[in-house]
Design a binder for this molecule. Structure first.
Ligand code: MG
Length: 295
């Protein structure tokens, strides 16, 4: 049966400008085996081409078709909702390019939508303008609601933090298109041309990658190379199917099971756990129960 992957980037393939060990080898192996994949990112700053260039600098060779950003999903969503509309944008190149590509004009008066994405262009003048537009009837759309993003130097505020400011000022709730929204998760899966059961999401964030996968019925793999620690898993009512330290460990596990994707998930449902090949891999629900019981 065919199988494919939706792969988060930040915290899975790299942290800041540093590649996470094994990311290049894993992607090379997917390509060698002709396994379909898309990089699924809630960062709207970069265009597809920018992402390909950034990955190439790290030694990860992919094409533009492998990249699916929340900026692309947002532009596609707006085109569906109101073709040839107008938007006031707080965001950067990736978002502006995607909106143009989907027939949107960027304006600074009476827009149909105020659209907020990641970026460093955010300032109070823009916030004031956006607040006035929203109170006059422009609809508020966020590329994603991530509260913050990990960088090499610690956290920086994410799109969600900036959107909260507009929501508080106007009393209007934003519609968010990025992960875990079904709009983006489903659109990316459709690009792979696979069914839900043939799709696995690999990510480092419970609130976006894993929640989205669980809600849409995809297989899910949590990597601990980004923002999530193993100890925090028991606080969540939903769990990933598999937890690995990093993508290199997933590669090792898939090798061990001769890339029979289904076998990897079945083998980790507690009964056939192979402690020798990957000692830190556990089925997390077992851990969650043990942790609660020991309290
Ligand atoms: Mg991430």
């Amino acid at each position: 049966m065919s199988h494919g992957y939706l792969i988060d980037m930040d915290g899975v393939l790299y942290r800041g400008s540093e590649m996470i060990r094994g990311a290049d080898g894993f992607i090379r192996e997917l390509r060698r085996r002709d396994i379909p994949f898309r990089f699924l990112t809630n960062n709207s700053q970069r265009t597809r081409r920018d992402v390909v260039a950034k990955l190439a600098r790290m030694g990860i060779e992919v094409e533009e078709q492998h990249v699916y950003t929340c900026a692309m999903a947002t532009a596609k969503f707006l085109e569906k909702q109101k073709p040839n509309g107008t938007a006031f944008v707080i965001g950067e190149g990736g978002l502006l390019t995607a909106l143009h590509h989907h027939g949107y004009a960027i304006v600074d008066h009476d827009p149909d939508y105020v659209v907020v994405g990641e970026g460093r262009t955010f300032n109070l003048e823009m916030v004031e303008a956006a607040v006035r537009m929203i109170t006059k009837g422009a609809r508020l759309v966020a590329t994603n609601m991530d509260p913050n993003c990990p960088t090499q130097n610690g956290l920086r505020p994410g799109c969600g933090a900036m959107v909260s400011m507009l929501e508080t000022a106007t009393g209007v709730k934003a519609f968010s298109v990025g992960k875990p929204s079904p709009f983006m998760m489903r659109a990316a899966r459709k690009e792979l041309g696979l069914t839900t059961d043939q799709t696995t999401m690999i990510g480092d964030t419970m609130e976006t990658d894993i929640l989205g996968a669980v809600q849409l019925g995809y297989h899910s793999v949590l990597v601990l190379s980004g923002g999530t620690q193993r100890e925090t898993l028991r606080h969540y009512a939903y769990q990933p199917e598999l937890v690995v330290d990093c993508i290199a460990q997933l590669h090792e596990l898939l090798d061990h099971h001769e890339w029979q994707h289904g076998r990897v998930f079945r083998a980790n449902r507690g009964d056939k756990l192979d402690a020798q090949i990957a000692p830190s891999i556990r089925f997390p629900r077992v851990e969650a129960r043990a942790a609660v019981g020991s309290m």
